[in-house]
Design a protein around this ligand. Structure first.
Ligand code: GLU
Length: 311
């Protein structure tokens, strides 16, 4: 079987060191196994999508030395496809309309990164409406849609980096949003429909999305397919232990490019963080392919403490 991995940036801002490391490792994972690489721009990421960010992400990836065999593919042209899958799930009683106006509904367009998981939904609208029409008529509100997590269901993931993880999904994660009231799919649904339709066999991304892998496993099963192999990487964090973000200063690739950092130098930092090269090395992604093994990536978070490799 030909393996297929994907790079799935959200065009919500410029790529930073944390994204770059995940993309480098996702790319290496596919390349080292003779697999194909798909570039998917997740342009349904709601109000966060910024004009020009897709082009900027593509330019950054190319500058770093990554390439792809398929894409870029976008999500916007596939709205009809997601709607079709949603209708099918609803018809089979696997999804239900929800008229609660909650923050987790508003935010569902984006992948839930740390601090964004939100409270567990108490199931208020489960079994409450027989149809979207009924929900709309009773509340005057356009409903969103939630996946009905089967009671007592456990999902076990054998992650290639994070190891074995288990969730009691109903209790620990709850019924999650799969479509927003504006008709657009939520992140969880779009990503599974895409990964399935696009033949993705391997998902390599930050471990902040591990709980989402449990949700996505249920969606894969609901679509009658086997989930991909998962590999969730430890994050790059700031000295405060939190996911690398604006508060840690400007760590965008654009900034390092503007400062005259060579792509080989930056790739060297990412490689050192991943145990692939000693600190201070310079390299191109293609030089890291031989012998690369995702399972050997260090399991501790990488601490970014300023320019250059922290360790
Ligand atoms: N576009 C998502 C993000 O940047 C990626 C989610 C995924 O890899 O499943 O957060």
């Amino acid at each position: 079987m030909i393996r297929r991995g994907r790079l799935a940036p959200s065009p919500t801002g410029v790529l930073h060191l944390g994204n770059a490391r995940s993309f480098l490792l996702a790319w290496l994972d596919a390349r080292a196994r003779g697999g194909r690489v798909l570039l998917r721009i997740e342009d349904l990421d709601g109000p966060r999508v910024k004009p020009g960010a897709a082009e900027a992400a593509i330019a950054d990836l190319e500058w770093l030395g990554l390439d792809w065999d398929e894409g870029p593919v976008f999500q916007k042209p596939r709205l009809g496809r997601y709607a079709e899958v949603l209708a099918d799930l609803a018809a089979r009683g696997l999804a239900y309309p929800c008229t609660c106006s909650r923050r987790d509904v508003l935010r569902a367009a984006s992948a839930p990164h740390p601090g964004e998981e939100g409270p567990i939904y108490p199931g208020t609208c489960r079994g409450r409406w027989r149809s979207a029409e009924e929900a709309r008529a009773a509340t005057g509100r356009e409903p969103s849609w939630r996946f009905a997590v089967p009671a007592g269901r456990t999902v076990t993931i054998r992650d290639r980096v994070a190891g074995e993880r288990r969730w009691r999904v109903a209790e620990e994660l709850g019924d999650f949003v799969i479509a927003r009231s504006n008709g657009e799919p939520a992140y969880q649904l779009a990503v599974v429909v895409d990964d399935r339709d696009q033949g993705v066999t391997d998902v390599v991304r930050g471990d902040d999305l591990l709980p989402s892998a449990a949700r996505q496993t249920l969606l894969w099963e609901a679509l009658g397919a086997r989930p991909p192999a998962w590999a969730h990487l430890p994050l790059v964090v700031g000295p405060d232990g939190r996911r690398l973000a604006k508060r840690h200063g400007d760590t965008t690739l654009a900034r390092f490019r503007a400062d005259g950092v060579a792509p080989e130098e930056l790739c060297g930092w990412l490689a050192a963080w991943s145990g692939l090269r000693p600190p201070g090395a310079r390299c191109r992604p293609a030089e890291l392919i031989e012998g690369f093994n995702t399972a050997a990536v260090p399991r501790e978070p990488v601490v970014w403490a300023g320019v250059g490799p922290a360790r």
